[in-house]
Design a protein around this ligand. Structure first.
Ligand code: GCU
Length: 657
């Protein structure tokens, strides 16, 4: 039975017999050069071809093999790119470097899973971003912050001696979608991860992940050099690792501590990627505790890592109330003045929106504004504010909206994709991170459909320009092995979910509408007139010139548009404006009317999805069918409760009750 454990590597017999014949002919012998990944490539191909075609490929090293893998001199393929062609009934896979064979193999596998014809293959794939990472918010005690799929995958008690078989399957899944870096632990970082006993455990994991071209990074606590008794209160729940009285980045002993620690890490993990740091954010220690800047702090770690080729990923998620009355403006105000002050091996990591992983937000204005600093987006795959593991919400459309967001930093067309791929400023690093939605639940992500978000994240990190249609269709085919008509139904279920979730849970980018700590249930009453204004004349936050002036953090065209209630994109209306209930919308209806309609969309969406899912019951294996149905039924209850709470709350303010 299908449990979902196999994810999108759910190899099943190819149904179309003529096609199957042609695959058998082309995949039966493989000429695989010796390379770093040849063992896992052979393993994966054997498993896949046995299950899909019923054959065991022969590995032969001559030109007669039907699949020819070989190195080529095309340097522009880089360390990870590949070419796939069909040449006189032979499949040619070429790469400039070893990892190209690994990724190319997963592409060859995908061709079968998606039943693509092989006659006119002409594929050239080079990842647009070099760093494609998952960030795990996993604590050392096994919990996952904002995780909704069980406990952590990392079995710290058993490591390094025992290696859970899931580690390999985790690595396979990531490699198949191009993920090449993982941060193992929570950004609210327990310093003990840097202790030698933990580093040995990390090293054991690195040993498995590197077989799939995945590097390990660790979230480092800025106060790690300190002895526990000297650390700030937030850290009392953790043990310590250092022995100093300070973490002052200007103190030579502190610098020395980091240098020594980093040397130790590399002695155990030679391909260690680097550190991810959350500093001076939500109580976490940081350089500002010593009147130093984020740059001064980041650079100390960067200098320790530099000789080994490691990087520092420094988060920009800060919102110190002293910086500005409006929380949304703080990160930009703190980081923009530091542009150019970071060492070259530092990347800043910014959430897609300036607030906090809301269902919908305009893009963080630092994108396009930072000219001399590499800036990478942090997307959230785990659905903290977006229905957790109960709601079916497909996030690819949200991420596309973000990637297509035009910053106008160098005129029209300066969208986020261009910025992060280095087409606007020649910044050194091209990178993207996603906060993982994995856990030890049998299907990895809790909701079977949440697997699609992991998949889509990887594919967009490889190629931000990939179409959602292609990604979605490939996910469905390789996960559900269903026929075309069921695929259409599943697509129909997934595609509108983000829009409808956002419209019903955070209408017109209202933002912060849930309870304060759980971020799932409605919390309009607690948030009202704290996070946004509401009265019987209107709702929203005035962030225009005569409000908090957030609009001025955007480049002129956006600034002018966002500032003007008539030109502001309606989907962002409440983020930038306090909107009168009687304001006229583009549709000709009042804002009040549209707002009320908008709230209903969550319940409507799930009701439709229940019908659609029922309609394909015969085409889906029973276990996964039932499990998804149970989620949908729970979603239906919770969406109703959310809606009722919204209506109950807003009716007190709406002119037409
Ligand atoms: C959110 C989230 C926290 C997390 C923080 C962060 O606020 O609720 O759990 O630690 O983001 O990204 O640092």
């Amino acid at each position: 039975t299908d449990t979902g454990y196999e994810l999108w590597l759910n190899y099943k017999p190819v149904q179309d017999l003529p096609l199957k014949q042609s695959y058998i002919q082309l995949y039966s012998q493989v000429n695989l050069p010796q390379c770093k990944y040849d063992e896992v490539i052979a393993e994966e191909l054997k498993g896949c071809l046995k299950a899909t075609l019923g054959i065991t490929p022969r590995f032969i090293s001559n030109t007669r093999a039907s699949i020819q893998m070989s190195y080529c001199k095309d340097k522009s393929l880089g360390m990870e790119g590949y070419l796939i062609r069909n040449n006189n009934n032979k499949i040619i896979l070429q790469a400039y470097s070893d990892a190209g064979f690994l990724y190319g193999t997963f592409h060859l596998i995908r061709l079968i899973q998606c039943e693509y014809p092989l006659d006119r293959l002409n594929i050239r794939e080079v990842p647009a971003l070099d760093y494609r990472q998952l960030n795990h918010w996993d604590d050392l005690n096994g919990n996952i912050e904002r995780g909704y799929a069980g406990k952590t995958l990392w079995k710290w008690d058993e490591l390094p001696e025992r290696l859970d078989e899931r580690y390999t399957d985790y690595a396979r899944a990531n490699a198949s979608i191009g993920i090449n870096g993982v941060v193992l632990n929570n950004v609210n970082a327990d310093p003990r991860i840097l202790r030698r006993d933990y580093l040995k455990k990390v090293s054991a994991l690195a040993h498995i992940l590197r077989k799939y071209n995945i590097r390990i990074y660790l979230a480092a606590n800025f106060a790690a050099p300190m002895k526990p008794s000297s650390t700030p209160d937030v850290m009392k729940k953790w043990g310590g690792v250092g022995e100093l009285d300070t973490a002052n980045p200007l103190d030579p002993n502190v610098q020395e501590w980091w240098n020594t620690k980093v040397d130790e890490i590399y002695s155990l993990i030679p391909d260690f990627g680097g550190f991810l740091v959350k500093a001076n954010s939500e109580g976490m220690p940081g350089p500002q505790d010593y009147h130093c800047t984020h740059a001064e702090g980041a650079n100390v770690l960067a200098r320790a890592l530099k000789p080994h080729g490691g990087i520092v990923i420094w988060r920009t998620f800060v919102y110190n109330p002293q910086i500005d009355k409006d929380r949304i403006k703080r990160s930009y105000k703190e980081f923009l003045p530091l542009d150019g002050k970071f060492d070259e091996n530092v990347i800043l990591q910014a959430k897609n929106g300036a607030l906090d992983f809301q269902p919908i937000e305009p893009a963080q204005p630092l994108f396009g504004a930072m000219k001399q600093t590499s800036l990478m987006p942090e997307l959230q795959i785990t659905q903290e504010y977006i229905g957790q593991s109960t709601y079916l919400v497909y996030l690819a459309p949200m991420w596309k909206e973000f990637l297509n967001f035009d910053t106008y930093c160098k005129g029209a067309g300066s969208n986020i994709t261009k910025i992060i791929t280095g087409k606007v400023y020649p910044t050194k690093y091209r990178a993207m991170a996603g906060v993982a939605n994995t856990g030890d639940s049998n299907n990895w992500t809790g909701h079977h459909f949440a697997q699609a978000n992991w998949f889509a994240f990887g594919r967009l990190a490889w190629n931000p320009k990939e179409t959602i249609e292609k990604i979605t269709s490939e996910w469905i085919k390789s996960t559900w092995n269903c026929d075309r008509s069921a695929e259409r139904v599943i697509t129909q279920m997934m595609m509108p979910t983000w829009n409808n979730y956002a419209r019903s849970h955070s209408p017109y980018s209202l933002g912060l509408t849930t309870q304060v700590s759980c971020h799932y249930r409605a919390g309009f009453d607690i948030r009202a007139n704290k996070e946004w204004k509401i009265d019987n004349k209107g709702i929203g936050t005035n962030r225009t010139f005569n409000g908090t002036d957030y609009v001025s953090q955007y480049f002129p065209t956006n600034c002018t548009h966002f500032n003007d209630i008539k030109q502001c994109p309606e989907l962002y209306l409440l983020c930038f404006h306090y909107v009168p209930w009687n304001h006229l919308m583009k549709s000709g209806d009042t804002f009040e009317k549209e707002f009320v309609e908008s709230l209903k969309q969550g319940v409507q969406q799930v009701e439709e999805n229940i019908q659609l899912w029922r309609s394909i019951r015969e085409k889906i294996d029973s276990r996964r069918f039932e499990e998804v149905m149970n989620c949908l039924l729970k979603e239906q209850q919770d969406a109703k409760a959310f809606y009722e709470s919204a209506v109950g709350f807003f009716s007190a303010y709406l002119p037409h009750k």
